[in-house]
Design a protein around this ligand. Structure first.
Ligand code: AMP
Length: 229
């Protein structure tokens, strides 16, 4: 059976995480968020966590070798279990994209069809979203909410997760300085990443991430060809 691997490219705050969680709940697509993997290392105070803590808080990228080995380990252990996997936040550099491309050439991933989705959101909208973002503090949940009034992503009860009832918190890197750094990192690598995927014959599926999340969700289903109606 053919399996799908969706790569969600897009700036921080473009909705990649919220979309991935929606696809998980509704379609049972599995999310692999490298940001969540990194945050778990920090919460669990592992050696890796201690090494990456400062870089993450300041919005810098973690080294390619570390991230690539985390993703490769996860895919080797879990790649066969799911019909569709979403990579949320990976790859972020050409080195990471190239390592993923090599990995997918291995026979164990021969049935996996790659689809590269770019979620487009302006820097202004990113700032607005991230300054109002809260996440569930339960590291097994990490559902994303917005505390802007009237947002579709608001929790039912203020600062409480709808899914697991744990407390909602702000991310350490959702402050203006780190947001600017993360946006700068994204734009620094964006064109080279797109050029890399084009060079290996992958079409970039462009999505307007500024629409309400339900419309973005439908765009992804339609434009990837996973659902045609
Ligand atoms: P995210 O949750 O995707 O916004 O990622 C949060 C932070 O985790 C980033 O600002 C980086 O410090 C780190 N990170 C996550 N994914 C990657 C990646 N693919 N490459 C390098 N650093 C990453």
């Amino acid at each position: 059976m053919q399996k799908n691997m969706l790569i969600f490219l897009g700036p921080p705050g473009s909705g990649k995480g919220s979309l991935s969680q929606l696809f998980f709940r509704r379609e049972k697509w599995q999310q692999l968020s490298t940001g969540n993997l990194c945050r778990q290392h920090i919460i669990n105070k592992t050696e890796i966590g201690k090494t990456i803590d400062f870089a993450m808080k300041s919005g810098k990228l973690i080294s390619d070798s570390l991230i690539i080995s985390m993703v490769a380990d996860w895919l080797r252990g879990n790649g066969q279990k799911y019909s569709t996997i979403i990579l949320d936040g990976f790859p972020r550099t050409v080195e990471q994209a190239s390592a993923l491309h090599e990995l997918l050439l291995q026979p164990e991933f021969a049935d996996m069809k790659l689809k590269v989705v770019r979620v487009n959101v302006s820097d202004k909208a990113v700032h607005e979203r991230l300054t109002g973002r809260t996440i569930c503090e339960n590291n097994k949940c990490q559902v994303v909410y917005s505390n802007h009034s009237g947002s579709q992503l608001g929790p039912v009860k203020e600062m409480v997760c709808d899914i697991c009832s744990c407390k909602l918190v702000r991310r350490h890197d959702d402050n203006i300085t780190a947001i600017d750094e993360r946006l700068q990192q994204y734009h620094k690598h964006e064109n080279a990443l797109i050029a890399f995927f084009n060079s290996v014959g992958e079409t970039i599926i462009e999505i307007n991430g500024e629409e309400p999340i339900e419309l973005v969700y439908e765009q992804v289903l339609k434009n990837t060809g996973i659902r045609t109606s």
